[in-house]
Design a protein around this ligand. Structure first.
Ligand code: NAD
Ligand code: DAU
Length: 359
């Protein structure tokens, strides 16, 4: 069995759906607190799959995590759970420290205790895979080389600082205690089930509602975009063949300015869902910049390609088109998430037992 933390969020739910679409896939236990970002409705398609189970738990909960480990005896933990939105971390950093730092520490501590009880063969097969971000490396200048695995850490937001701290804890548990860890540092993802507080889904949702498209500062900040399925494939590759104790950078070789991304989204929407009032580009509005806004991220993913043979398959254009189409086909999902109605729906439909619940 695999444990997935944060499996009701954006990347975690894509990971679970794709994993269970494989024949002979290992069963998954999804451990998620269901914060505002966690939506078990994302996993309705596998709710009745015998290989899928869900438990609502906080990764900071010492008893819950220890109990789940000894009861279900996973062969790997894939740790996605986190507070993930930079803007929220600027307003309320506390929850980022609690979940990203203390929660990761609790998972590591309980995983170590569990791992130490395993027979030698199972010990060597066990993996703790920590899903992290390129933001731990800080901000690049226009001519700087992309982040590699040896780039020094220089986090600039409470979010990236909390992720950097968690990466260091993971490293220390391998170095000091021998826990077989893997860390991945990935660039910006986009795709289905992306919560509409982040740039791409926000722009699509606002466009369809006829609302302004807010661009922070001059819109010339650069991100390196990766379609979420490519990230999930990279995680499967690292889990299967990664070297314990190593870190792997994951990126799409898709550096784009924010303004370019928003233009692409508007142009794709103009084509797939034209509006009578004219181009969606008319909705673009420049707003106050994010404090401490990192100017440029770019990932050098050559280690992952060279050592494990992974490469992204989606181009930026094909990924954006798929994403826009997904949101057009799932306007009800966006409406529910934005209104909070899905929380009410889950309560009404399942009470304290969301889809796939164990108990
Ligand atoms: P998300 O915010 O969409 O989902 C986070 C999930 O974690 C939610 O389901 C939430 O309910 C759960 N969670 C939060 N606190 C928890 C707690 N204390 N206990 C248990 N569950 C908890 O995030 P995402 O975008 O899917 O990101 C997943 C991981 O990938 C994060 O670790 C993030 O740092 C990392 N990452 C994200 C991106 C990106 O572009 N989104 C890129 C690189 C790395
Ligand atoms: O790089 C990986 C990171 O990517 C992940 O670790 C984070 O979890 C994820 O949220 C993402 O962080 P960003 O801050 O880069 O993503 P976001 O979608 O919030 O913003 C992308 C860029 O767009 C960033 O430069 C800020 C800008 N932006 C964002 C919003 C929400 C705007 O200009 N306007 C907006 O309204």
């Amino acid at each position: 069995m695999l444990f997935v933390t944060g499996g009701a969020g954006f990347i975690g739910s894509n990971f679970i759906l794709e994993h269970l679409a494989q024949k002979d896939a290992e069963p998954i236990l999804n451990i998620d607190k269901l914060t505002y970002a966690g939506n078990p409705y994302n996993l309705s398609a596998v709710a009745d799959d015998a290989r899928y189970a869900f438990v609502q738990a906080d990764i900071c909960d010492e008893i819950a995590i220890a109990t789940l480990l000894s009861r279900y005896r996973p062969r790997a933990i894939l740790h996605f759970a986190a507070e993930s939105h930079v803007d929220r971390s600027i307003h309320h950093p506390d929850e980022f420290i609690r979940t990203n730092v203390n929660g990761t520490f609790n998972l590591l501590s309980k995983a170590l205790k569990y791992w130490q009880t395993l027979p030698a063969r199972e010990q060597s097969d066990f993996r703790f895979l920590h899903v992290s971000t390129d933001e731990v490396f800080g901000s690049l200048g226009p001519q700087d080389a992309p982040f590699s695995e040896t780039t020094p850490y220089a986090p600039n937001s409470p979010y990236s600082a909390s992720k950097a701290a968690s990466d260091h804890l993971v490293r220390s548990f391998h170095h000091t205690y021998g826990l077989p860890t893997l860390t991945t540092n990935c660039s910006n993802n986009y795709g289905p089930f992306h919560f509409p507080e982040k740039l791409i889904p926000l722009v699509i949702a606002n466009s369809l509602a006829g609302n302004p498209l807010p661009i922070y500062g001059d819109g010339q900040q650069i991100r390196d975009w990766l379609y979420v399925s490519d990230h999930c494939a990279a995680i499967r590759t690292v889990l299967a063949r990664g070297q314990a104790g190593e870190t792997y950078n994951i990126g799409g070789w898709n550096e784009k300015t924010n303004l370019h991304v928003v233009h692409c989204l508007c142009d794709t929407l103009d084509e797939l869902a034209p509006r009578a009032a004219g181009s969606y580009r008319q909705l673009i509005t420049f707003v106050k910049d994010r404090p401490g806004h990192d100017r440029r991220y770019a990932i050098d993913a050559r280690k992952l390609e060279r050592e494990l043979g992974w490469r992204p398959t989606e181009t930026f254009d094909s990924g954006i088109r798929k994403t826009v189409q997904w949101y057009l086909d799932h306007e009800d999902w966006v409406a529910q998430v934005r209104s909070g109605a899905y929380l009410n729906w889950i309560h009404k439909q399942y009470g304290d037992h969301p889809p796939g619940a164990l108990i």
